[in-house]
Design a protein around this ligand. Structure first.
Ligand code: TMP
Length: 254
C-alpha cells in the first residue's frame, strides 16, 4: 500500500495508481465521518465489509446493464476500478422521508414519499456540499444536460433494482447517494456509476422493525454500528462464515 502512487485520499477511501493505465486501486478505510467531517470515528471492519458489499452491488448492477467503474475486488480492502473523471455532483434518491429531507420540510422520518425524489448536491467540503438544482449544474458547467439526463436515468434504474434486491432480504432502501464519472473509450465518453454503494451512503431499515442498519447508527450514536454493517453483508449472503471461499448469493426471507 505504501509503494504505489497515491492519487487521492478521501474521508473513507484512498485511490492509488492502478497496475495498468486507466485503472485505479480503491482502498476502503475504517474511518467514518459525518456532518461534513465534524464528527469523526472508526468503525472497525467497515472497510472490509464495504469493499465486499460494493463489489456485490456494483456487479449485480453491471449484470442488468448499468455501466460502473468497478472491475474486480483485489483483496480484503481493495478493488480495481476504471479511472474516471468524477462529476462533482452527489445524486441522492429518496423513497422514504429521513435525514436532511425530514429536517428541511418537517416530515417525520419513515413517511413514504409520494414518488421517488432526486436531489443534487455540489461536492465541496469547503461549502458543506450545498444542494443545487439542474440549472446550477448546467450553468456552472459541472455536467452537460445530456450527462445529467444519463445520471438521472441511471439513478432511477439503480433505485428500482436495489429497492427490489434489498426488499428480498428484508431491508427497505430509504435513500442513497450515488456518484458518477466520465469514462472515455475510443474517443467516446460514457457516464458510469463510480465511488461505492454501501451502508455508508444508503439508508437501510429492517422491513419489520424499522431498525436502522446503516451509517445513521454512527451519525446518531445508536451503538452496534459494526454489527449493522455485518448484518447487511450477512443478509446479502456475502459475509464469509467459513472463510473467504464461503461466498453465496442472497438469502431471501421466507
Ligand atoms: P441526507 O438525508 O443526510 O441528505 O442523506 C441522504 C442520503 O445520502 C443518505 O443515504 C446518506 C447519503 N449521504 C452520503 O452518502 N454522503 C453525504 O455526504 C450525505 C450528506 C449523505
Amino acid at each position: 500500500m505504501t509503494r504505489r502512487r497515491r492519487i487521492y485520499e478521501g474521508k473513507a477511501k484512498v485511490l492509488f495508481e492502478g497496475p495498468e493505465p486507466g485503472t485505479l486501486v480503491q482502498y476502503f478505510k475504517d474511518d467514518a465521518t459525518a456532518f461534513n467531517n465534524q464528527k469523526k470515528g472508526v468503525i472497525t471492519g467497515k472497510g472490509v465489509l464495504n469493499n465486499r458489499i460494493s463489489e456485490y452491488l456494483m456487479s449485480r448492477l453491471s449484470e442488468i446493464g448499468v455501466p460502473t467503474h468497478f472491475m474486480r475486488r483485489l483483496n480484503m480492502r481493495e478493488q480495481l476500478v476504471r479511472e474516471v473523471e468524477i462529476i462533482p455532483i452527489e445524486v441522492v434518491v429518496r423513497n422514504v422521508a429521513a435525514g436532511s429531507l425530514s429536517r428541511r420540510f418537517g416530515i417525520p422520518e419513515g413517511t413514504p414519499l409520494p414518488r421517488s425524489i432526486i436531489e443534487y448536491y455540489y461536492k465541496s467540503d469547503e461549502l458543506g456540499d450545498p444542494m443545487v438544482s439542474e440549472e446550477h449544474i448546467t450553468a456552472f458547467g459541472w455536467a452537460a444536460p445530456q450527462d445529467l439526463d444519463d445520471m438521472v436515468a441511471l439513478s432511477l434504474r439503480v433505485n428500482d433494482y436495489l429497492s427490489g434486491l434489498f426488499l428480498g432480504i428484508g431491508l427497505k432502501l430509504v435513500d442513497f447517494k450515488l456518484e458518477f464519472g466520465r469514462l472515455w473509450e475510443n474517443e467516446e465518453m460514457r457516464i458510469v456509476l463510480a465511488d461505492e454503494i454501501s451502508p455508508d451512503n444508503c439508508r437501510l431499515w429492517d422491513v419489520k422493525t424499522n431498525e436502522k442498519l446503516d451509517k445513521d447508527r454512527f451519525r446518531q450514536d445508536l451503538g452496534r454500528v459494526e454489527e449493522a454493517y455485518q448484518e447487511v453483508a450477512r443478509r446479502l449472503g456475502i459475509l464469509p462464515e467459513g472463510g473467504p471461499s464461503d461466498v453465496k448469493g442472497p438469502k431471501t426471507l421466507q
